[in-house]
Design a protein around this ligand. Sequence first.
Ligand code: M6R
Length: 611
Amino acid sequence: MCGIVGYIGHRRALPLLLNGLRRLEYRGYDSAGIAVPHGGGLFIAKRAGTVAHLAAMLEHLNLPATMGIGHTRWATHGEPIDRNAHPHTDATGRIAIVHNGIIENHAILKAKLLEDGYGFVSDTDTEVLAVFIGALYQQYGDLELAVRTALSEVEGTFGLVVLSADHPDLLIAARRGSPIVIGVGDGEYIVASDATAIVEYTRSVFYLSDDEMAVITRAGCQTKTIEDIPTSAQLLELEFDLERIEKGGFPHFMLKEIYEQPTTFRDACRGRLLLQEGNVKLGGLRSVEEQLRQARRLIFTACGTSWHAALVGEYWIEQLARLPVEVEYASEFRYRNPVLYPDDIVIAISQSGETADTLAAVREAKLRGATVLGIVNVVGSSIARETDAGVYIHAGPEIGVASTKAFTSQLAVLMLLALYLGRMRHLSPTDAREIAQELARIPEKLQYVLDTTAELTREIAHLYAHAQNFLYLGRGVNFPIALEGALKMKEISYIHAEGYPAAEMKHGPIALIDENMPVVVIVPRDELYEKVLSNMEEIRARRGKIIAIVTEGDVAAARLATHVIPIPETLPLLTPILSVVPLQLLAYYTAVERGCNVDMPRNLAKSVTVE
Ligand code: M6R
């Protein structure tokens, strides 16, 4: 949530900062701003709206500064208007900061500063911190000490960068709960809230840990705790390249990412499927193998799309490993005083690895002594670092706010986990081999689904783009896909959509059905197929419009449906991996048809790092 970029080096800072903000805009896009040293003071530009608005305001400028900071915002404290945009300054206007996170004790700090005669121009918690740092700087005459002292008194979370007109060769970055990654180039450093702003300049990076800060000059970078104890930075090589964060000819990141799924699914399984042995190798779980063998219960915790992936995982693991699984919203888990036993394993699922609720659930579970694992996309993210062990999904950067490829890659890893746990228990090598072999065929089936359903879903989207509501129904392992289809539809097209287990329809939602209600029914040929056909009959009798996701060649389901979207045959357990794709496309084309900003849906941001 919110993007931060900072630069110090030999290049002109302004174009680099704006470029970084464009790359980070998926993290927040309601206002943007920059600050650079200029003429002995600071030049600050900020405004409500997108980075493009800010860039248009600055395009005629050719400022010589070779350092600066920038921010793209998703509002928490204070509405998205010019004066609430970052950077914020201290009372002298000579110190500027950009900040992600929330200063929870901002009201107390502000009251004290007001008593001391300081004034404020914004409604933000960040300005309170800027003014506080400035006040301490007046007292100590030492910027680093002022920042450290301020941060030790702050409650809440921060990822921040500080710049001062008095120190044109110094940037100070710090982190607690909100990621900061620092790219190391030749005589230059790029500080950012994620690596997408860095990768085109350098691949060499390190991440700050919580309560760690970096004091950066052109000559070098020192890291230390905010208590001033030196730390050592561990350099890593970024694994993705620029191509992965550009649209590559697609009109939107979301569509590009939907089309990447055959590749990303293959990448998630790469080197992990032991086809001959009918088994799975998950190197990241080696250290907890014994705990997994002894486990009596798994608890998945996640939010949004990742929570839907967990629901599919629940079916798979219970089916293949006969191990009880619970799925908890992370936001509920953390506050419900959860009952955990020593042989429980908690598994957090998160694309970003930074979702505040999921991270808090990880911490809660660890406090209660559980073994905590992560299924995460972003390498080096907070959840990846704070869990005892885990599995990366290797989907590459996901920029579209609506999660697509991360979901199918999470499913890939969850099925691998189900096979792994199954083989530790009662699953026979023959049964595991059959699933593993079909899993290896999924990428080509995903490609087939993309090739055969894109045009069809676009036509259906055209017909129903005016709808006020959508209902999504599925059963068994496809019930979570109904939830996911509905989430995709509402988050990018703003059409109200609900997902239900198909049989639940008659307990209430059926009242909504009339000739204006499009009902998406996921009805592959599996053990519940006949039951879902009966539900379709019920919808048809009420003149609802049925958009059915069916197994290719299924005439009976086709006869009941208004529109049919066929997916290829696969093992019933694996159908969710294919059935979700037309639902992603349907949401995408509906949003495009309605003129919505697909990659930047209103009120949302890519990773929700606040509670
Ligand atoms: O990064 P995470 O997987 O932890 O994010 C969880 C949710 O915020 C996320 O899946 C959200 O629901 C997506 N926008 C859905 O498309």
